[in-house]
Design a protein around this ligand. Structure first.
Ligand code: GLU
Ligand code: MG
Length: 436
């Protein structure tokens, strides 16, 4: 058997695609690329290229492997190792392709660094469900739910560990056969790469057992939501957490407060990228512990941007673990693109020196509209089309993209909406569950 190494990119549809070469033909230290096609970026999750796409049948690109981001592991029961190398999409002469989500993220993080001197430490927290296990219903969060999954949890954690992804916690979540896995924070591009690997490895581990793992935001209309919560904090040159300032409200530093203000301001446009499927909007509803308003909250799981709790147990330093969590994301989003738009929005807040958004706790639904508005609490878009319209109507957010990039993204998403059809129902959730 010839072991294969796959050069991968995770595209606007949040799907990891690529091409393989014999692993033995790769020479460490020598740049290597494989062919790619621009119109691939207009592929919908339903495997149909958007009718409206600026690419057509012409043009050629390369997937240029990043050797430092090679993820290789042999999963129990697999015939060959899973071996993927994160790649940047480049032109034939190696210049970056402006639509490459990984390059787009790196550029945003570089700008944050040159503006503030800070690097972003990021961790993607994922929820997913297993189907086809034949397990009896076990109580939410229970030991029984964890034990009946054995050795899926240990195998997953071992794979993540072998991949150097620093797994932290494996959780039986609230929903039936729903789990969550967390990893230690790391530099932003690496964190997004790890989110890709985590999804692929989890799905493969499940399918090797004849099950299906799904990260889709909803697998049934009335079912539990699967969120992707993006945790981030700022580190200065010495590695000190620059997110924390015990003297300020919520203990959020001035830098992190301005960044948060940019995110909250652009949130209705951001969700077009972070919650990017028609069924994502089944999840972004009040009382789902997901997010539904332009809401900055201190330790409130309904907030869209949440100040996370920190513990002082065992003398732990609260300044170390303090971080913010963006909750309005799901796994239909490309992790690189989702993080990039969050960073871009945060940079706007920093450049404009926006004041911290008000910290709200309670139920926005119970407030009179005028009071809600005074607190800056705006209901997030109710559909993907509404979110796309907010993006198109936000000149600042539009300015983060080249015209070709925004045209490609919106054209692809509008075709996805058309292909999904009018009924946002259990059937549609099942289709997405099969894809994500
Ligand atoms: N499942 C929830 C979501 O859709 C999150 C629940 C939690 O706080 O872990 O985001
Ligand atoms: Mg959770």
């Amino acid at each position: 058997m010839t072991e294969l190494l796959t050069f991968v990119t995770t595209d606007y549809a949040g799907i990891t695609r690529g091409r393989s070469i014999p692993a033995a033909s790769f020479t460490p230290g020598r740049p290597k690329s494989v062919g790619w096609v621009p119109a691939n970026m207009s592929l919908t999750p339903f495997d149909q290229i958007a009718d409206h796409n600026p690419w057509g049948s012409s043009g050629d690109l390369r997937l240029l492997g990043d050797e430092a981001a090679r993820y290789r592991v042999t999963l129990p029961g697999a015939a060959t190792p899973t071996d993927m190398m994160m790649s940047d999409i480049v032109e034939l002469d190696g210049t970056p392709w402006p639509l490459c989500p990984r390059t787009f993220l790196r550029t945003a993080l570089d700008e944050l660094k040159s503006l503030t001197g800070l690097t972003l430490q990021v961790s993607f927290e994922h929820e997913f469900q297993l189907f086809g296990t034949g397990w009896a219903q076990a109580p939410a969060f229970s030991l029984r739910a964890l034990r009946q999954a054995d050795p899926f949890g240990p195998d997953l954690m071992a794979a993540l560990d072998a991949l150097g992804m620093k797994p932290e916690v494996f959780i039986a979540e609230y929903g039936r056969d729903q789990f969550e896995v967390t990893m230690a924070p790391t530099e932003g591009v690496t964190a997004a790469d790890r989110a890709v690997v985590l999804r692929e490895v989890t799905r493969e581990l499940a399918s090797l057992r004849g099950w299906q793992a799904s990260f889709a935001p909803k697998t049934a209309v009335e079912g539990v939501g699967n969120g992707v919560h993006i945790h981030f904090s700022f580190a200065d040159a010495k590695g000190t957490n620059a997110t924390f300032d015990p003297t300020r409200p919520g203990r959020v530093s001035a830098t992190a407060g301005a960044f948060a203000a940019g995110v909250i301001r652009h949130l209705p446009a951001l969700v077009a990228f972070t919650a990017p499927s028609p069924i994502s909007y089944l999840r972004l509803k009040p009382h789902n512990w997901s997010s539904s308003y332009t809401w900055f909250g201190d330790r409130d799981r309904e907030a869209s941007l949440r100040i996370c709790p920190v513990t002082t147990v065992g003398g732990a330093d609260p300044a170390r673990a303090y971080n913010l969590e963006y909750r309005a994301a799901d796994a239909c989003a490309c992790p690189h693109l989702a993080l990039a738009v969050i960073v871009r929005a945060g940079i706007e807040g920093l450049k404009r020196r926006l004041p911290d958004p008000p910290l709200f706790s309670g139920d926005p639904e119970l407030l009179p509209p005028a009071e809600r508005a005074a607190l800056g609490l705006e209901r997030l878009p109710l559909s993907l089309e509404a979110a796309l319209e907010r993006f198109l109507g936000d000149p600042v957010a539009m300015g983060w993209f080249t015209p070709l990039a925004s045209e490609t993204y919106v054209g692809m998403k509008r075709t996805e909406i058309a292909l999904a059809g009018h009924a946002i129902d259990d059937d549609l959730c099942r289709r997405y569950a099969g894809i994500y």
